[in-house]
Structures are given as structure tokens and as C-alpha cells.
Write a protein that binds this ligand. Structure first.
Ligand SMILES: NC(=O)c1ccc[n+]([C@@H]2O[C@H](COP(=O)([O-])OP(=O)(O)OC[C@H]3O[C@@H](n4cnc5c(N)ncnc54)[C@H](OP(=O)(O)O)[C@@H]3O)[C@@H](O)[C@H]2O)c1
Length: 295
């Protein structure tokens, strides 16, 4: 039976409440409800987002609708947390860690199985064989449906594909990044669906931030290289060209940036982080004639 998945994937990192500056959970809930009313059924979260909170909050907002949604979560990052300190995070894709993480994600998401489970980042300390045979077992046991890799290179995908079928790759792709041609062709030839994140370069491509903007310390962009003065100045020419192209197509910079990615034939779905209803409405407009894609 074919499944229809939305080309707009709702990014739920901000729902975890950390690292994205000021976030209103009520506003994100409103955004999720409007997104669903407009055909969105694909949600992207991860165990690490808010240390489980993003998964729990997504489950609470979706309520009974959650079993009808295509929810993707990620694991293989673990943490230790002491009071009032930033969590210490490291990669652990060992069999025990993955199994334990998936069982916790199932509890957080209140699901019987996870529609799509990604390894968040390649863990080079653990044999890929151990990680991906474990995922294959978990799939056989019915706890996960599709298997994905996030932030894996083509060479890493080739290696892990010896152990189980990889269904999805999640990787950054936006107007500032060179087309990852080799990854695209590997994914195309091996029936791996490419899901793009960082489509707005975490907000930079909206045109509202410049090299003088200062982010709060609770916003990851205060640390990201792409928001450093030097990096923004280096991107100036491309940002000007984006502005020019957007104007020519009568679109905002944000809408043109989204269209540029989702019109690429290699892209299965486009993850977008959303903070408020105004942003949701502007972004979803791009998909109004072509929301769904067959899996
Ligand atoms: N696999 C991974 O390792 C990985 C890594 C990062 C993210 N992700 C996924 O991708 C999602 C999005 O994160 P991202 O870094 O890729 O961000 P993004 O989608 O490139 O940018 C999202 C941010 O841009 C701003 N924005 C969005 N629409 C806007 C509009 N119409 N007008 C003005 N501003 C707008 C908002 O932030 P402000 O309003 O605060 O500017 C929003 O939070 C995450 O939630 C997560 O699901 C995955």
C-alpha cells in the first residue's frame, strides 16, 4: 500500500525549548495545527531535542492524531545532565544504546512503532555492523518501520548499506551550499529518499539577520559559524543574488530559498523550523499546489 508523505516536514527542534532563543510552545502548537490542516503529515524530531521534551511535546500536541502521522525521530546521541549546566552530549550507537533509546522514544512519542528512525550522526567508535544489524533487528521486531541516516557521507552510506536497507538520508542543503551531486546520485541509484534540513540556513536566508546581529546565549546561532560576522560577509554575494532572484519571481527571500530546494528533483521532503504562525503561513504557501509525495 502506498503512503503519501508531505513535502513540508515540520522541524520540531525548537519544541524542545532549548537552543533556539525565545520560543512560545502555545504558538508552535498553533503552527502544528495549521500545518496539519494544510496537509502536513511529516514531523522531524530527535531524542536529543530538549533531552526528550520535543518528542513528548509533539506527542501531546498531536494527541490521537499521532498514529496517522509520519513521525521521524533520531537517536544515537546520549547525554548526562547536572543541574543548571548545559548537558554533556556524546555519540553512542552501540546496540544497547540504540535499543534503549528507541524504547524511550517510543514512550515519549506514545507510539507502538516509530515510522522513521535515523541515526543522528555517524558514531565512528562503534562498528557500523553492530549499529545497523541492531536496527535491522528492531525493524523485524516491528519497533521501527523505515531506517534513516542523518549527516552521513556517501562513503558512510555505502558501508552501512551492507548491513541493512537504508530508506532515508537527512542532510543539510540550501541556497548557499554547493549541490551534493555525489550524494544525490548515490541516493537516487539506491532508492534512498533525501530529506533536506537547514533549508533557511537556520534563518539566515530569510534576510532578517546581518553581520551585526547579536543572538542570545540560549540561541545556538550565537555559536554557529554560519552566523559569525566573517561567514555572513563571505556569503554576501550569494545573499544578494538570492534577494535578486526572489524579487524576480515575486517571492520573499524565505519562499525563494524553500522553492529552490523543494523544486530540486533529488529532494523528497524539506524540513523547516517554524517559530510562529506568520512564518508558517509564509512558508507553507510554497507548497500549496504540491504538498504530497508518494513514498
Ligand atoms: N539532522 C540534523 O542534524 C539536524 C540539525 C539541525 C536541524 N535539524 C532539523 O531541522 C529543523 C530546522 O532547523 P534548521 O537549523 O534547519 O533551521 P531552518 O529551517 O533552516 O530555519 C528555521 C528558522 O528560521 C526562522 N524562520 C523560519 N521561517 C521564517 C519566515 N518565514 N520568516 C522569518 N524567519 C523564519 C525561524 O527562526 P527565528 O524566527 O528565530 O529566526 C526558524 O526557527 C529542526 O527543527 C530539526 O528538525 C536537523
Amino acid at each position: 500500500m502506498s503512503e503519501s508523505i508531505s513535502r513540508f516536514c515540520f522541524g520540531c527542534e525548537a519544541l524542545g525549548g532549548t537552543d533556539w532563543g525565545e520560543v512560545s510552545l502555545d504558538e508552535i502548537e498553533r503552527c502544528i495545527n495549521i500545518a496539519i490542516a494544510n496537509g502536513v503529515n511529516f514531523f522531524d524530531t530527535a531524542a536529543i531535542y530538549g533531552l526528550g521534551l520535543s518528542e513528548e511535546r509533539l506527542a501531546a500536541i498531536l494527541g490521537k492524531r499521532r498514529s496517522k502521522m509520519f513521525i521521524a525521530t533520531k537517536g544515537g546521541l546520549v547525554w548526562s545532565k547536572s543541574k543548571n549546566k548545559r548537558a554533556k552530549v556524546w555519540k553512542d550507537s552501540s546496540a544497547n544504546s540504540i535499543r534503549k533509546g528507541i524504547i524511550q522514544s517510543l514512550k515519549n512519542l506514545k507510539l507502538e512503532y516509530i515510522p522513521l528512525f535515523y541515526i543522528h550522526w555517524p558514531d565512528l567508535e562503534t562498528d557500523f555492523e553492530e549499529t545497523f544489524y541492531t536496527l535491522r533487528d528492531l525493524q523485524k521486531e516491528g519497533l521501527i518501520k523505515y531506517i534513516g541516516c542523518s549527516n552521513f557521507s556517501k562513503e558512510e552510506l555505502i558501508k552501512v548499506s551492507q548491513f541493512c536497507k537504508i530508506d532515508f538520508l537527512q542532510a543539510p542543503f540550501n541556497f548557499l551550499i554547493d549541490h551534493p551531486k555525489e550524494l544525490f546520485s548515490y541516493c537516487r541509484n539506491n532508492a534512498i529518499k533525501f530529506v533536506a534540513y537547514n533549508v533557511l540556513s537556520s534563518g539566515l536566508l530569510t534576510g532578517k539577520y546581518n553581520e551585526d546581529y547579536i543572538f542570545d546565549s540560549n540561541d545556538r546561532r550565537s555559536r554557529l559559524y554560519s552566523f559569525k560576522r566573517e561567514s555572513i560577509l563571505n556569503s554576501k554575494r550569494k545573499l544578494e543574488s538570492l534577494k535578486f532572484k526572489a524579487k524576480k519571481h515575486n517571492l520573499s527571500m524565505t519562499q525563494y530559498s524553500i522553492k529552490y530546494i523543494c523544486d530540486n528533483e533529488n529532494i523528497f521532503s524539506t524540513i523547516l523550523g517554524i517559530k510562529n504562525v506568520e512564518q508558517l503561513k509564509e512558508n507553507i504557501e510554497v507548497f500549496k499546489h504540491c504538498m504530497m509525495k508518494e513514498l
